[in-house]
Design a protein around this ligand. Structure first.
Ligand SMILES: N[C@@H](CCC(=O)N[C@@H](CS)C(=O)NCC(=O)O)C(=O)O
Length: 224
């Protein structure tokens, strides 16, 4: 099932940045559900997240932000849950209670246990107060600690993806995290076999390919 702008009265607007792992999760949800949307870039490196017009949309000065008519949602977890309730097909949460809880845990570990520690504002601050080496050590520690916990949580799940053979919430959070950490910080999932297996499976899906950072309208053209 696809949800087009025509049936939806007005297209959704997604404020995001090509390299944002939080934005990546939301693009994946939109892509999986076949929802048409308008992409509005906010250049984090140029500080556009602090522009007064954007601060009116998200006083936290972060992306992503979703605008659906009068509704404004400014956190990727909340955005994804909103989309899942408004556009239920395909569902992003399994019916099985244990698997559902696993999906919430993975999303939470990524969104509150890993991403905030590697976020641009935080790592810039650490570098300013200490040095580049401390910054790298900080990022490495946060990501590896999170990956170790995720690996332990998912090792016995079986299936192609995080919690079985269907794509759910946990997968959206893993894709953005793993891809972003590889590109931005050169941290691979190879030492974490379950995470590595999931990541290989994601790469075969075309919806996942559409959402990759390098394919977003604000990504720089590849150098020849
Ligand atoms: N909990 C928020 C976090 C949003 C967030 O930290 N976004 C990052 C990009 S992934 C950002 O906009 N950073 C801007 C900055 O640090 O100045 C979410 O999941 O949407």
């Amino acid at each position: 099932m696809a949800y087009t702008g025509e049936e939806m009265k007005e297209k959704l607007k997604l404020y995001s940045y090509w390299r944002s792992s939080c934005g990546h999760r939301v693009r994946l949800a939109l892509s999986l559900k076949g929802i048409e949307y308008e992409y509005i870039p906010v250049n984090l490196l140029k500080g556009e997240q602090f522009d007064p017009d954007f601060i009116k949309i998200n006083p936290m000065g972060t992306v992503p932000a979703l605008v659906d008519g009068e509704v404004v949602i400014t956190d990727s977890f909340a955005i994804i849950m909103y989309l899942d309730e408004k556009y239920p097909e395909p569902p992003l949460l399994p019916r099985d209670l244990h698997k559902r809880a696993l999906n919430y845990q993975v999303a939470s570990i990524v969104s509150s246990g890993i991403q905030p520690h590697q976020n641009l504002a935080v790592i810039r601050y650490i570098e300013e107060k200490t040095n580049g080496e401390e910054k790298i050590a900080w990022i490495n520690n946060a990501i590896r600690k999170g990956y170790t916990a995720l690996e332990k949580l998912l090792v016995n799940c079986g299936g192609k993806y995080a919690t079985g053979d269907e794509i759910y919430l946990a997968d959206l959070f893993l894709v953005g995290q793993i891809h972003g950490a590889m590109i931005k910080f050169k941290i691979d999932v190879e030492p974490y076999p379950t995470l590595a297996k999931c990541y290989e499976s994601y790469k075969e899906l075309s919806v996942f390919d559409d959402a990759v950072p390098a394919k977003q309208p604000d990504a720089p053209a590849p150098s020849i």
